[in-house]
Design a protein around this ligand. Structure first.
Ligand code: SAM
Length: 304
């Protein structure tokens, strides 16, 4: 299947995992889709529900998508902006990147956010304690060459057409509040930050948060699907057993790159937790059956 790519990137983006997430969802099209940690929006974008509540604690991500929804950001405004700003970046290099970063930290303009997100180091979204965007330059002054701008413009237009034909509500709020809004007929997809992986002003996560997530979901009658991790070569997610182990857990190997080098390919066993039996065709494995020291063996046993 071809996966629609959203106009912004973020750490933990699920682009590569969309096919398996789609296979594991069990809802009919009229069900409201709720995403308390929507990030780049790639999952909602590909599910394309007609009715959705999409929330995140990061106000800049939420503002960016609201700006697409109200037309402030569209294909024309983005092309015009990225071409103009891209030319200055090509001429002035990293000094200009840092100038735009300061401007964004003062004015919070969605198009500056897009510019930074697409020219910063590794497409990261990271804010410091004062709520200031602090990702360094990605070292590509010619970042906004015409084909790249066209690619982003197409992503925006595609997103805009999906948002325009649906009832989507964007909110900046804590996940517990979003989940508390769910009714029994809604479907909740949760993709929280992975424990101990990223630390950022809007995006930190600890065991207490995971427990609150568990309690919040347990109080609702809605179906839910949770993305989390099972293990990598070094560690195993203990809370997968202790908190979520009595739900249905489907395991999926996933490879990601650290830095740009092809040989820095790391394996991670992703887990999808559901409070309903996963549809036929998604592979179910009992969590204790996979030992992280045996991860490479397990990866061979599991279909991609
Ligand atoms: C792993 S990312 C989600 C990625 C998203 N599924 C995607 O594919 O782009 C986790 C998101 O949770 C958000 N987040 C972190 N803590 C939160 C909280 N307490 N309430 C709501 N959102 C939170 C972060 O801002 C981040 O966008």
């Amino acid at each position: 299947m071809s996966v629609l790519v959203p106009p912004i990137k973020c750490q933990g983006i699920k682009t590569k995992l969309v096919p398996m997430i789609l296979r594991t969802i069990d809802r009919d099209q009229s069900t409201r889709w709720i995403e308390p940690f929507f990030g780049s929006g790639v999952v909602a974008f590909n599910v394309a529900p007609s009715n959705a509540l999409l929330a995140d604690s990061n106000p800049h991500v939420v503002n960016f998508y609201k700006a697409i929804q109200n037309g402030h950001v569209n294909g024309y405004s983005a092309r015009d902006f990225l071409q103009r700003e891209g030319e200055v970046l090509a001429r002035r290099g990293q000094d200009y990147y840092y100038e735009v970063r300061d401007r964004f930290n003062q004015d919070r303009e969605p198009l500056d956010f897009l510019f930074l997100n697409r020219s910063c180091f590794n497409g990261l979204i990271r804010f410091n304690r004062e709520g200031r965007f602090n990702v360094p330059f990605g070292h590509k002054p010619n970042r906004f060459a015409r084909p790249y701008v066209t690619k982003i413009v197409n992503q925006i237009e595609r997103f805009r057409s999906v948002v325009a034909s649906s009832e989507w509500h964007f909110k900046c709020q804590d996940f517990a509040k979003t989940i508390a809004e769910a009714g029994r007929n809604d479907f909740i997809y949760c993709d929280p930050p992975y424990l101990g992986r990223h630390v950022d002003y809007y995006d930190s996560w600890n065991e207490r948060n995971e427990r609150t997530l568990y309690d919040s979901l347990s109080k609702r009658q809605a179906r839910f699907l949770l993305s989390t991790w099972h293990s990598n070569q070094h560690r195993r997610n203990e809370q997968l057993d202790s908190l979520w182990g009595h739900h249905h857990v489907t395991l999926h190997p996933h490879f990601y790159h650290i830095g740009a080098r092809e040989n820095n390919r790391k394996a991670m066993l992703e887990a999808l937790v559901t409070n309903y039996p996963p549809p036929r065709g998604s592979l179910e494995a009992t969590v204790p059956a996979v030992d992280s020291s045996q991860l490479e063996v397990s990866l061979e046993l599991l279909p991609a």
